[in-house]
Design a protein around this ligand. Structure first.
Ligand code: UT7
Length: 332
């Protein structure tokens, strides 16, 4: 029994923030943002939409496209750094309730932008060990709730959205999740951090005044490490599986910065037309970034059953990971 990615779905909130909008908010320009990041716009959730609302819409599509009833889902994992509530209940529990699914395990994982690939690793183990038959994995983020819109070094980068997939069983290796590799190194914990409102610096007037409840990033240091790690990670997983760049149908990297993607793509010799790029229209949506990109490719009709995708991600923690996944979904 192999684990297989049976479907993909996503939800993109309707409000849009353009680079021009940011020119009115902070000292920046459309030109700087495009040149340094490749981002042109990002989608922002409504005030009354929480992360679970975004996640549930992506999940409904993934369940429908997997041709299963929601009652057949027997575990739910939500990867997010912007949960509805700081401590409890988990966003996965809220999504389960909104879907009308009870009495199944539901929990969140915190691996920042690498969250979807971490969730995929867990789902693969659950399915292959026969503990669960169908695991719903979701990457959902309302980053606009934790972004400091007075800090030009971070606010222009992030957007909101959600993506979801159903991981089920298959007896076909050429339609399976071939391999997932996940890693972390806490020594880089201060590269990407939301310092306040946890147990170290509980929410207080001082924490809020110093804006410690928002995302802080050492952008340049993160950039350099991202290029190095993403490239070496991809090389390792391909080598372990006896594959070369030519065997990969689509490279689906985390969508943080066009320059990072381009550096890895060119080092690996992946053709441009095989590299999935959504950073221009969605910005960085952290754990939702890879499933949203995969969904775009699927909805555009490019992703076919059996296609081999290489996923590659990097984020706060620091965490990183890559995966070799044959798409096992049906055409739309
Ligand atoms: O998703 C998790 C992983 N995250 C990432 O992988 C993100 C990695 N980092 C990056 O994508 C890039 O480092 C950034 C896009 C965040 C920044 O680009 P950079 O080329 O590394 O710029 P920098 O941080 O070295 O800053 C260059 C200059 C600075 O000004 P000075 O000190 O040279 O005068 C910044 O203050 O650009 C300035 N700057 C801006 N200028 C206009 C920083 N942000 C902005 C801005 N608009 N929004």
């Amino acid at each position: 029994m192999y684990a297989a990615l049976k479907s993909i779905g996503a939800y993109v909130p309707k409000n849009i923030l353009t680079n021009k909008d940011f020119e009115k908010m902070v000292d920046t320009s459309d030109e700087w943002i495009k040149k340094r990041t490749g981002i042109e716009k990002r989608h922002i959730a409504d005030e009354n939409e929480a992360t679970s609302d975004l996640g549930v819409k992506a999940a409904l599509k993934a369940i429908e496209r997997a041709n299963i009833e929601k009652e057949e889902i027997d575990a739910i994992i939500c990867a997010t750094i912007s949960p509805d509530h700081l401590c409890m209940p988990s966003t996965a529990c809220l999504i389960a309730d909104k879907l009308g699914i009870g009495n199944v395990p539901a929990f969140d994982i915190s691996a920042a932008c690498s969250g979807f690939v971490y969730a995929l690793a867990m789902a693969k183990s659950f399915v292959e060990s026969k503990m669960f038959k169908n695991v719903l994995i979701i990457g959902a983020e309302k980053l606009s709730a934790i972004v400091d819109y007075t800090d030009r070094t971070t606010c222009v980068l992030f957007g909101d959205g959600a993506g979801a997939a159903v991981i089920g069983g298959s007896d076909k290796k050429d339609e399976s999740v071939l391999d997932v590799k996940i890693s972390a190194d806490g020594k880089y914990q201060d590269f990407l951090i939301t310092p306040g409102c946890g147990s170290k610096y509980p929410c207080s007037q001082e924490v809020l005044e110093n804006r410690l409840n928002y995302i802080k990033m050492k952008g340049n240091e993160t950039f350099k490490l991202a290029v190095k790690t993403l490239t070496s990670d991809v090389l390792e997983i391909m080598e372990k599986n006896g594959l070369t760049s030519e065997d990969i149908d689509y490279f689906i990297p985390h969508q943080a910065n066009y320059r990072i993607i381009e550096a890895v793509r060119s080092k690996m010799n992946f053709p441009v037309e095989k590299t999935v790029l959504t950073v221009a229209k969605y910005g960085n949506t952290s754990a939702a970034s890879i499933p949203m990109a995969m969904n775009d490719w699927y909805e555009s009709g490019k992703l076919k059953k059996g296609d081999l995708m290489l996923l590659d991600t990097f984020g706060g923690g620091l965490t990183w990971g890559s995966a070799l996944v044959h798409f096992a979904g049906n055409p739309l």
